[in-house]
Design a protein around this ligand. Structure first.
Ligand SMILES: NC(=O)c1ccc[n+]([C@@H]2O[C@H](COP(=O)([O-])OP(=O)(O)OC[C@H]3O[C@@H](n4cnc5c(N)ncnc54)[C@H](OP(=O)(O)O)[C@@H]3O)[C@@H](O)[C@H]2O)c1
Length: 263
């Protein structure tokens, strides 16, 4: 257990790899102590590296798809004021919906939506009682487009993007800011875990998670409402707001249908 310091505290979920790990590094480099969480033992290795950046770090191995897992993360905060909550844990799921295993479908929804909202409500209530706090939610530009061959995942991100904007407005004048980070395709373990390595998007060159995290962290610190990382993604999300859904759904097929990648 990390000793108590006078530094501000950030809670980062999904901090073992990818964007979440880089977000945790941004926090540590900016003087936050950390409570970091993920579902696998790799979170302890990540915590060790983050400690070398000068942060006091508590690592929690918990399945954030479950309310119990979220309760365990919340308990690890030990009543300390949370200055920043970076709700980032999430997972994708490729292939056609009718070919997916329903347990996997449910896990995507429970991780990306149910566990995330439960944690946001618990820590958000504490922030409201103190009249201050910063919240960063990792949504996605995927939330702007129907995700042919990632249908459930894109649906969860549509919920998170929308929820984030709404919560921000519910909390205006409370001292709490809500920022939605909307990355485009990013070089992490995401596509392998989603079984999408045979797709065009799984194989194409993607954004650097460190750059994406820096963009999101800076937006959170400035209290901005939303940020899309990278000009290509900005363009794609702008097109998605005016193009018919059918056009976007076909475009998504071209990058996410199994076999669209090189053999
Ligand atoms: N990569 C992209 O192209 C992209 C684009 C837009 C948005 N995003 C979003 O960015 C976020 C981070 O993804 P990433 O790309 O960095 O992928 P990643 O490298 O696979 O990282 C996902 C993180 O979430 C954790 N996680 C997943 N399910 C969990 C669960 N049930 N309980 C606790 N922790 C869990 C993972 O830890 P464990 O290994 O321990 O489960 C890992 O730390 C996700 O919300 C994703 O939807 C990614």
């Amino acid at each position: 257990m990390a000793e108590q310091t006078t530094k501000p505290l950030a809670v980062v979920t999904g901090a073992s790899t990818g964007i979440g790990y880089e977000l945790a590094k941004e926090c540590a480099n900016s003087g936050f102590d950390l409570v970091v969480a993920a579902d696998e033992p790799a979170i302890h290795d990540a915590a060790q590296t983050l400690r070398q950046l000068g942060a006091a770090v508590d690592a929690v191995e918990a399945d954030l798809a479950t309310l119990d897992g979220v309760d365990r993360l919340y308990a690890a905060v030990r009543g300390r004021p949370v200055d920043a909550l970076l709700a980032n844990a999430g997972r994708g799921l490729g292939k056609g919906f009718l070919d997916q295993d329903f347990d996997d479908v449910r896990r995507v929804i429970d991780t990306n939506v149910t566990g995330t909202l439960y944690l946001l409500q618990k820590i958000g209530r504490d922030m409201r009682a103190r009249g201050q706090g910063r919240i960063l939610i990792t949504g996605s530009i995927a939330g702007f487009m129907p995700g042919t061959y990632q249908a459930v995942y894109n649906g969860t991100k549509a919920l998170l993007d929308s929820f984030s904007f709404a919560l921000r407005h519910e909390l205006k004048d409370t001292g709490i800011t809500v920022t939605c980070l909307m990355p485009g395709p990013t070089e992490t373990e995401f596509f392998e875990r989603a079984d999408m390595l045979d797709t065009k998007v799984g194989q194409q060159k993607k954004d650097d998670p460190a750059d994406v995290a820096k963009t999101g962290f800076n937006a959170m610190m400035k209290g901005e409402g939303d940020v899309v990382s990278g000009w290509k993604n900005k363009l794609q999300s702008a097109i998605a707001t005016v193009a018919p859904s059918g056009v976007m759904a076909e475009m998504h097929r071209g990058m996410a249908e199994p076999g669209t990648g090189k053999q």
